[in-house]
Design a protein around this ligand. Structure first.
Ligand code: MSP
Length: 673
């Protein structure tokens, strides 16, 4: 039996979870579920990293002791994973006694073996990373005076730090780790990250400071308690603590070293260089694989606190659930699916809510959900709600069966090796084949012709394809597939299904009572791009057609936009428009005209003036305090002597302008996309 141990990084308890953290955990959960499906003996670990100066500082800011602080934050991470349906087997906290014991044991062991010695370490230190950087890794400090240098990750100033502490003889392992990376291409994935590590190691490795005198919130060095163990070395040790390095040798033997560490690329070097060398020094084997995935940006921008563009996964899922009416857990599945499908694992990706809505509508509602919607009502109406009997294959049946056999192997080859994007594409190819099958085989035509047996066989085949797809999708859409399984009425639980069950064409039990439910993925109706017909009517100047996307921009001078033809634009072109939520601070009429209002608005921290042609509909006093949506990067224009620095958005209801406003309160400055 294959044994499979997968880990996420342990997350710092000084941060709020965002899409980047969630991504690693969702990917780890998906592979853990996939391997269980394939019949492997799986252990899936996540947890929290609770020591170090940053956490000490956060606690101080909150007026708490570090222990009180971590005890408050760690459960929030656990709750997040529970809410997202994460199937981890353990959750480790580095402040737990089991971890403190192992960290001290291994540190002592490294010292006893001569791999750790006392010395003075000097170098450029980034407090945010809790790591030293070599000079050539630093970047110039933005806005800094001349010779300022910053850490390549946080772009914050590095500090020249000299301290007497213990050093790990990393340099002595340089040849060993270089050979390992060269000889084992699978050890570091993807290839780009492997190459980065190769060049890093080829450039030489310096001994590493592995204790801190100045950091009090940490695990004491066992042979010199005035010092604490460097938080990064200590944190890495969690991976062996949790599987019982000291207290469960059987389990440790089962899962070590067959581990796959999933990490973001920023922390790759800790996992694929420092960690294996440290393990080698204490006489343990190196991890089997380190998978360093890419970074998410949001609508083209790096996520940062100052930009306020952190994607909160819970808010994002809630937004989808509210817009669609889907169950929250199903919306969470859609979020997971989108992240894994959109960007090949290992590459950087850009997140947008639009992509989530698109994947929900096109892939989940149209391709997957619809397959059920097209079959279940026919089974209800013509077969008394019982799954009809299969029949010897004819016509297009054979092609569907072949596709079913192929998809299981293809998906396993991809998803089982972390290629989620292509694995999902394979499954979607199969869903496409099933949709095509029902179109071609046309059960409704067989029913019309009185050939009930053939209609039944077609419906059986389609539902059998749904069963197989449902098993394959269970690791990616755990909640939604459970609902589909319930609707199919299959008596054995989905959780007990294995890949082998997906390989058995014809395992769907005939005669079982199906249990139709509400649509799983209710489509989100978005104001879509104009249809060709809509465009034509617009170009004739028909005024208020059905085309909601036309005429929504009210120029600042109040002249309603004419019925000009709207051509399609690319997403990049759209992204050039900076739409923001703004708060109206003041409003007054513009002298000499009864159409225009002059608004003083607040966008984030800044204020500006805007002129809008909405005086007919809105009395100035009604606007103060309201949140509106504006185009923030429009070239300023003078209107009746007043400079308008932007344009507000309104819908055109005949001749009336109707202001657009957020559905619920959001801070001014929030991006609209
Ligand atoms: N505590 C350390 C890990 C110790 S593991 C022994 C840590 N924690 S973290 O909370 O800062 O980051 C956790 C993970 O989130 C890292 O893998 C990091 O790469 C990932 N991400 C943080 N921002 C990210 C994106 N914008 N995009 C994708 N992943 C990102 O580091």
């Amino acid at each position: 039996m294959e044994r499979f141990y997968v880990t996420t990084p342990i997350y710092y308890v000084n941060d709020v979870p965002h899409i980047g953290h969630t991504y690693t955990t969702l990917a780890a959960d998906t592979i853990a579920r996939w391997k269980r499906l394939a019949g492997a003996d799986v252990f899936f670990l996540t947890g929290t990293d609770e020591h170090g100066v940053n956490i000490e500082r956060k606690a101080r800011e909150a007026g708490l002791s570090p222990q009180e602080w971590v005890d408050q934050i760690a459960p929030q991470w656990q709750a997040l994973w529970k809410r997202l349906g994460i199937s981890n087997d353990d959750f480790i906290r580095t402040t737990e006694p089991r971890h403190i014991r192992v960290a001290q044991d291994l540190f002592q062991r490294a010292y006893d073996r001569g791999a750790i010695y006392k010395g003075t370490y000097e170098g450029w230190y980034c407090p945010a990373c809790e790591a030293f950087y070599a000079e050539d890794e630093l970047v110039p400090l933005a806005g800094g005076a001349g010779d300022g240098w910053a850490c390549p990750i946080h772009k914050r100033p590095v500090e020249w730090t000299a301290e007497e502490n213990y050093l790990f003889r990393l340099s002595e392992y340089r040849d060993w780790i270089l050979r390992k990376i060269e000889q084992e291409p699978e050890f570091i994935q993807p290839e780009t990250q492997r190459n980065e590590m190769l060049s890093l190691v080829r450039g030489g490795l310096r001994d590493l400071a592995v204790s801190r005198l100045s950091v009090k919130w940490g695990i004491p060095v066992p042979f010199d308690p005035a010092q604490t163990i460097y938080v990064w070395v200590e944190a890495l040790i969690n991976y062996v603590t949790a599987i019982g390095y000291l207290d469960d040798p059987d389990r440790f033997g089962r899962f070590w070293p067959g581990v796959h560490h999933l990490v973001g690329k920023d922390i790759n070097r800790f996992h694929s260089v420092i960690w294996p060398c440290f393990l080698q020094a204490v006489g343990l084997l190196a991890p089997k694989q380190v998978w360093a995935h890419g970074f998410w940006t949001v609508e083209g921008e790096k996520m940062s606190k100052t930009r306020g563009n952190f994607i909160d996964p819970i808010a994002e899922i809630t937004r989808l659930a509210e817009a669609s009416g889907a169950e929250w857990a199903v919306a969470a599945d859609a979020f997971r699916y989108t992240l894994l499908r959109e960007v090949p694992f290992g590459q950087d990706g850009d997140y947008s809510h639009g992509a989530l809505v698109h994947r929900f509508n096109a892939d989940l509602a149209n391709d997957f959900g619809n397959l059920l919607n097209r079959t279940v009502p026919l089974v209800e109406r013509h077969f008394g709600g019982q799954i009809p009997a299969p029949a010897p294959s004819e016509g297009p049946d054979g092609a569907l069966q072949r596709a079913a056999v192929e998809v299981v192997a293809a998906a396993d080859a991809r998803i089982g090796t972390f290629d989620f994007t292509r694995g999902l594409a394979e499954i979607w190819r199969f869903l496409g084949a099933a949709n095509k099958y029902i179109d071609e085989a046309a059960p409704w035509a067989a029913l019309k012709a009185g050939n009930t047996a053939r209609a039944g066989a077609i419906l059986y085949n389609t539902l059998e394809a749904v069963r197989i797809a449902t098993i394959l999708l269970a690791p990616v859409l755990p909640a939604a597939t459970q609902r589909v399984w319930d609707q199919l009425g299959i008596p054995t639980p989905l959780a007990a299904a294995r890949l082998d069950d997906a390989r058995k064409w014809g395992a769907l039990p005939a005669g079982v009572r199906i249990r139709p439910g509400p649509p799983l993925f209710p489509r989100i109706e978005t104001p879509s791009a104009p249809t060709p017909a809509g465009r034509a009517s617009a170009s004739r100047g028909a005024g208020r057609g059905r085309d909601a996307s036309r005429d929504t921009l009210i120029p600042a001078n109040g002249a309603a936009r004419g019925g000009t033809e709207m051509s399609e634009i690319t997403i990049e072109e759209f992204k050039r428009i900076d739409l923001r939520v703004a708060e109206v601070l003041e409003a007054k009429r513009v002298a000499g005209t009864d159409k225009l209002l002059e608004l003083r608005i607040k966008i984030g921290e800044g204020t500006r003036t805007l002129v809008a042609g909405i005086a007919d509909e809105y009395a100035p006093e009604r606007l103060v305090g309201r949140k509106i949506v504006v185009v923030a990067n429009l070239q300023p224009r003078r209107l009746r002597g007043v400079e308008s620095q932007g344009m507000l958005l309104a819908a055109n209801d005949g001749d009336r302008a109707v202001l657009l406003a957020p559905d619920r309160d959001v801070p001014s400055g929030a991006r609209v996309s």
